[in-house]
Design a protein around this ligand. Sequence first.
Ligand SMILES: Cc1ncc(COP(=O)(O)O)c(C=O)c1O
Length: 374
Amino acid sequence: MKLFDVYPLYNVTPVSAKGMVVIDDKGQKYLDFYGGHAVISIGHGHPHYAEKLKNQLDKIGFYSNAVQNPLQVELATKLGKSSNCEDYNLFLCNSGAEANENALKLASFKTGKSRVIAFKNGFHGRTSAAVAATDNEKINAPINKQQKVTILPFNDIAAFTAEISKGDVCGVILEAIQGVGGLDEPSAEFFQAITKLTKENGALLIADEVQCGFGRSGKFFGFQHHDIKPDIISIAKGMGNGFPVGGVLIHESIEASYGMLGTTFGGNHLACAATTAVLEVLENENLIENAAEIGAYFKEKAKEIPQIKNIKGKGLMLGIEFDFEVGELRKKMIYNQHIFTGGAMNKKLLRFLPALNCTKEHIDLFFNALKEEL
Ligand SMILES: Cc1ncc(COP(=O)(O)O)c(C=O)c1O
């Protein structure tokens, strides 16, 4: 059997990794400023994370959601405290798309309505309603296009008011900092206005924190830069530092009922151990503060490079925009400089998504290498 060929691959085969460094099958080291697409939050092979997962595996790796799992309760308590979201309840699943799928389903259950408002260049995953709310025609199959979704631009309050006031919207979903789209953000004024309008019109606000959450933006959640409170928050990526896990934080005003949501694998013992380890390391090593500080340093250094036309993002969720497409530059950074970076739907944007324990020395290495290739 061959692999279903859906990914254009770089010719690099990682076999081990530690901290910010990935090592390939020839022993070549790469600096990882891509974090496996914003997944590596506390660094590759963090000793506390590895130990916690190994210990858990020696005890029990999985049992179904039909029995008690105190690790889920411990995780929910810790996550509530760390994120300052103690008035939410947690549903655990396995990926970002699944988190958004459950978030949208909940909004529809709660309101009895079915239309979704999403935003231009937004990305919410590749499954049913999540992909329908994603602004990319190419990844929506006819079966997905049956969903009722209206895509609006950021920061156009009049357009938003006109749509939400029709009264048939169940949920409004947005990223506080767009990932795949290219680091665009709604203004605080817009975010606050749509939060109010969503509530007034009987819909629910869903913050997709799959990529910008878990400390990446320099605060626990990206929306926390804007003084708003969503009804539902979806999480994944950095949550497990590579272990596949996702979740939905559901405001306690939304009541649960048996069978409303469910999953076989979600919240298994290993996923809980991985996520709890991530939360412990974020706290013990002050990594969210570090993301804010190192992100600010990156922005200062980027200003020194004349070819960089625009610097976008917050914390360690950053993008630098050029006046040319960056595909070739990314290849040169990998093959000549041995540095991983990310791309975006905006082809002129180089994305920067390192582990949150990235240092100023790493940033200096990145810019020295970039200067050589420009
Ligand atoms: C903001 C956002 N939401 C959802 C997803 C989908 O997550 P997953 O690939 O884990 O399904 C992604 C993935 O890139 C994302 O960036």
